[in-house]
Design a protein around this ligand. Structure first.
Ligand code: SAH
Ligand code: SF4
Length: 342
C-alpha cells in the first residue's frame, strides 16, 4: 500500500478523478493530513463513508518513529526508524530568526566523498517523499515547534533521488500542505550536472547550494569522486545555465579542510573560478569524523581565506557551527541500515 504522504496534491487529484470524485476533496484530505494532523482516515469526518473506505483500501497514513533524540542548546538530533527498520537522522537547528531542519534524502550515500561520514554506508535505498515529509511532521509533533525552513543536507545526495525530491518539495511548499515558502527551502548537491540543468526548469524558487569544496580538478578528484564524472568546467557551466534560467543566486559550499583546500593559492584560484558569477561562498568549518586524515582548518587560515575572497569581490559567509556536541553537524550523520547494524 502507498503512504498517503507520498502524494503531491496533483497526484491525489488524479487518483480522485480516476474514481470520478471531485478534485476539491484533495484539499479536504490535505487539510486533515497537514493542518489537523489526523492519524486515521476515519477522523476525516467531512468525507463520505465510501471515500473513507476507498482511501483505507489504497493508502496508509505512515509515521516515522523516534528511536533516539539528542539535545544540545541550539540543536536537536533525531534518529528515526522507517517501516522497513532502516534508520535515518534529521537535525533541528534553532536560530534567532526561526527553526530550520536538515533532512536526509537517502539511506546512505553512494557519492563517497572522502571527508563525509554519511557516505560511509553505501546507499541502501532512496527515501520516498512521505519519508522525508515524515521527518518534518514527526519533529513538529514531538518537539512542539513550527518549522520555518528546510535544508536537504542530511544523509544522501538529493539529486541522486531527483523525482522523489521534486515531489517532496511540491508537498512541503503546497499552501494546503506544510506551506513552507520556497525561499526557505535549500537543496544541496555534490554536483550531478544533468540534474542541476533539470532543476533550472523547476518552477518553484527553491535555493540551490553546490558542494564545491575545491577550486581545481586535481584537488576535487581527490576528495570528491563525483568530480571524475562531472569535472569543474562542466559543473560551472551547469551553474551558469541554472543562474541564467532562474535568475537566482547559488550558494557555493566550501568545507575548510586543514592543509588540503585552505591555502591562499586555493583562495585565489576560487576567486578566479567564481569571479562575476551570481554566487556567494559559504565557508563550512569541518566537523571532524572517523575519516581521521581530515582535520578542521585553524582560525587563522579560515580568516585569511575569507579575507582573500572578500577583498576580491566574492561575497562570503561562514557557516555557524551547530550540533557538534551531539554529532549532529553536517557530514557527521550516519544512516543505520536495518541489515547493517553495528
Ligand atoms: N549530498 C549533498 C547534501 C548532503 S551533505 C551534498 O554533498 O551537497 C551537506 C553538506 O555538508 C555538503 O556541503 C557536504 O560536503 C558537507 N559536509 C560533509 N561532511 C562534512 C563534515 N564532516 N563537516 C562539514 N561539512 C561536511
Ligand atoms: Fe554524500 Fe554529500 Fe556526504 Fe558526499 S558530502 S558523501 S554527496 S552526503
Amino acid at each position: 500500500m502507498t503512504n498517503i504522504y507520498d502524494l503531491t496534491r496533483d497526484e491525489l487529484i488524479s487518483w480522485l478523478e480516476e474514481r470520478k470524485i471531485k478534485s476539491f476533496k484533495a484539499i479536504q484530505i490535505y487539510e486533515w493530513l497537514y493542518i489537523h494532523r489526523v492519524k486515521s482516515f476515519e477522523e476525516m469526518t467531512n468525507l463520505k463513508k465510501e471515500l473513507i473506505e476507498e482511501l483505507k483500501a489504497n493508502f496508509t497514513i505512515e509515521e516515522l518513529s523516534v528511536v533516539v533524540k539528542q539535545e544540545s542548546q541550539t540543536a536537536l538530533k533525531y534518529l528515526f526508524k522507517l517501516s522497513d527498520d532502516n534508520s535515518i537522522e534529521a537535525v533541528v537547528m534553532k536560530h534567532d530568526y526561526g527553526i530550520s531542519v536538515c533532512v536526509s534524502s537517502q539511506i546512505g550515500c553512494n557519492m563517497g566523498c572522502a571527508f563525509c561520514e554519511s557516505g560511509r554506508l553505501k546507499k541502501i535505498r532512496d527515501l520516498l517523499p512521505g519519508e522525508i515529509v515524515g521527518q518534518l511532521m514527526k519533529i513538529e509533533e514531538d518537539a512542539k515547534i513550527k518549522i520555518n525552513s528546510v535544508v536537504i543536507m542530511g544523509i544522501g545526495e538529493p539529486f541522486d533521488n531527483y523525482d522523489n525530491i521534486i515531489r517532496f518539495l511540491k508537498i512541503i511548499n503546497d499552501p494546503k500542505g506544510m506551506a513552507i515558502g520556497a525561499r526557505h527551502i535549500t537543496v544541496s548537491t555534490s554536483g550531478l550536472v544533468p540534474k542541476i540543468r533539470e532543476f533550472a526548469e523547476f518552477p518553484l524558487q527553491i535555493n540551490l547550494a553546490l558542494s564545491l569544496h575545491a577550486p581545481n580538478d586535481l584537488l576535487r578528484n581527490k576528495i570528491m569522486k563525483i568530480n571524475k564524472v562531472y569535472n569543474i568546467d562542466t559543473l560551472i557551466d551547469a551553474i551558469q545555465y541554472y543562474i541564467a534560467k532562474t535568475n537566482r543566486r547559488v550558494t557555493i559550499e566550501y568545507v575548510m579542510l586543514n592543509g588540503i583546500n585552505d591555502s591562499k593559492e586555493c583562495a585565489y584560484e576560487l576567486v578566479k573560478l567564481l569571479k562575476g558569477m551570481n554566487v556567494y561562498v559559504n565557508l563550512i568549518p569541518y566537523n571532524e569524523t572517523s575519516h581521521l586524515e581530515f582535520k578542521k582548518s585553524s582560525q587563522k587560515r579560515k580568516d585569511e581565506f575569507f579575507e582573500i575572497l572578500n577583498k576580491n569581490g566574492i561575497t562570503v559567509t561562514v557557516r555557524r557551527e551547530f550540533g557538534c556536541a551531539i554529532d549532529a553537524a553536517c557530514g557527521q550523520l550516519r544512516a543505520l541500515g536495518g541489515a547493517h547494524k553495528e
